[in-house]
Design a protein around this ligand. Structure first.
Ligand code: PNS
Length: 165
């Protein structure tokens, strides 16, 4: 990775409710590509989340504390406006399967148009071992007290079980 010239600032946005090992895989790989990677939690008031935005930011900060060029924050409103604020021209998103593609393509094209071509999106294909993983399935497994140790970091699993107990 060090032989590839690093791009300026990137943004990896998402709900991260909860943060999964699939997200961590994307964060590690994207951090190697940008000078600074902003991991940004969407503050979406319409959703009924498992973790508050503050809790998710704290979880992400703890999980990424050893990756020196990662900054964690939250945002509300349009992602392209937040990207401008952070002087980030590239959004990073993970693609697990073709089923993600329609949704992601639509968002990427919308963001490009909304930003007059200033903000582009790059996709990282999720590593195969995490291709099946989603935050919603983690929430569901945990709600039935199932094993989520292969899906999330141990300290995140503890916090998830606490929410359901
Ligand atoms: O983890 P998620 O829930 O799939 O992430 C979705 C996210 C945060 C990337 C998307 O909902 C988003 O960027 N929302 C902010 C509002 C916005 O900018 N909308 C315009 C593009 S449709």
């Amino acid at each position: 990775m060090s032989s590839i010239a690093r791009m300026n600032n990137g943004i990896y946005p998402g709900s991260f409710d909860p943060l999964t090992l699939g997200h961590m895989d994307v964060i590690h790989r994207a951090a190697g590509m940008f000078n600074t990677l902003h991991v940004s939690v969407l503050n979406n008031k319409e959703k009924c989340p498992l973790f508050s935005v503050e809790e998710r930011v704290n979880i992400l900060r703890e999980a990424t504390k050893d990756i020196e060029n990662v900054r964690v924050d939250s945002f509300s409103g349009l992602l392209v406006n937040y990207a401008r604020e952070k002087e980030a021209h590239i959004i990073v998103r993970g693609l697990r399967a073709i089923t993600d593609f329609d949704y992601e393509l639509q968002i990427a094209q919308t963001n490009r148009i909304l930003s007059n071509g200033e903000v582009d999106t790059v996709f990282l294909t999720t590593s195969l071992e995490y291709a099946y993983l989603s935050s919603s399935s983690v929430r569901q497994i945990a709600s039935f007290n199932g094993d989520i140790s292969m899906c999330v970091l141990p300290f995140v699993a503890e916090q998830i079980y606490k929410k359901f107990n």
